[in-house]
Design a protein around this ligand. Structure first.
Ligand SMILES: [Zn+2]
Length: 329
């Protein structure tokens, strides 16, 4: 195990050191930093973070991003819309066991599938996204979606009952300030739901093991197999996915910014409530087998998705002072 000094401290627990995993190699073979793992909370990250300005992000999350993304976020697919709406409805029914209905914010709302489901269930639903393309789609559907930062929203501090971050946190380099802003908008006792890919799933463990064994059996292909295998395993695609979280790293991050975790579940991809899959392109035999493995992982509580429900608790004054909202809000 090789311990290295990292360019940025761990985004979850602020550890200064990291375990070196491997160089980050893009599909075209270009080197683009390193993959590191936190020795304290096991967060897997790109190091250093890609330097991105807000304007660059419009180019990343444009129409092509949403149309190429054949999964649950795809825009303009009526079958996907119907399946997603039903899944969001099931999720909301679960979250309503933990929080009263009121104002809901979907942070990273894309084209507003969750907003639509929330509206239909009687929530006062707002959405925020950095993609002007996605927000325009949501607005065209008559939803209250905004492009920009949290302070652009017409929502008072301390007024929000529920915030959803569905497959968003893995895109954010440093999420500490983002989560503090979200905490500020939430009522005390309000609920934050974070959904992301699970760094400790059964599918990942099996996938990595199979690729490693294949690389040993077919020596000439060994290096390439191992490189591709680890790349797939960690699911890091900068500048889009820059972290892969697990339970420990999410708990470390949320506890630092005024939240108490109240429920964790790890379903598989394709779960009818979380991360439904939309019928579409044909999958390879290997991918079909891995989906079965993930389905088993979901039953065992180690599926490919991790969902954390966290309650906003009273913040230590230092956390408020850090952000500078105590006197100038
Ligand atoms: Zn850490």
């Amino acid at each position: 195990m090789r311990i290295v000094e990292r360019k940025q401290p761990c985004a979850a627990c602020e550890a200064e050191q990291a375990v070196y995993v491997k160089p980050l190699v893009e599909k075209d073979g270009a080197g683009n930093g390193h993959i590191v793992r936190c020795p304290k909370c096991a967060l897997v990250s790109v190091d250093p973070m890609p330097p991105l300005e807000a304007n660059d992000l419009q180019d990343v999350y444009d129409e092509a991003y949403y149309s190429e993304y054949g999964g649950f976020q795809c825009i303009g697919n009526p079958v996907a819309d119907r399946i997603m709406l039903a899944a969001c409805d099931r999720q909301l029914a679960m979250f309503e066991q933990y929080v009263d209905k009121g104002i809901m914010l979907d942070f990273g709302c894309a084209d507003g599938k969750f907003l639509k489901a929330a509206q239909l269930r009687g929530w006062d639903a707002y959405g925020l996204d950095i993609s002007s393309y996605a927000v325009d789609c949501a607005k065209a559907a008559g939803l209250k979606a905004f492009c920009g930062i949290i302070d652009d929203l017409p929502i008072e501090d301390g007024s929000v009952n529920l915030v959803i971050m569905s497959h968003v946190i893995e895109h954010i380099g440093d999420s500490t300030d983002v989560l503090r802003d979200i905490r500020r908008k939430l009522k005390e006792g309000g609920l934050l739901v974070v959904e992301t890919e699970n760094s400790r799933s059964l599918r990942r463990a099996i996938e990595l093991a199979v690729i490693w064994i294949a690389s040993q059996l077919v020596k000439p292909l060994g290096t390439r197999f191992r490189t591709r295998g680890k790349q797939r395993y960690h699911r890091l695609h900068p500048p889009v996915h820059v972290h892969t979280y697990g339970r420990k790293s999410l708990e470390a991050l949320l506890s630092r910014v005024g939240f108490e975790v109240v429920h964790v579940t790890c379903p598989g991809m394709g779960n009818p409530c979380f991360c439904v899959t939309v019928p579409g392109k044909r999958k390879s035999l290997f991918e079909n087998v891995l989906q079965r493995v993930d389905s088993l992982g979901g039953h065992l509580g180690i599926g490919e998705v991790i969902v954390v429900l966290a309650r906003a608790i009273e913040q230590p004054s230092s956390a408020v002072l850090d952000k500078g909202h105590s006197s100038d809000a």
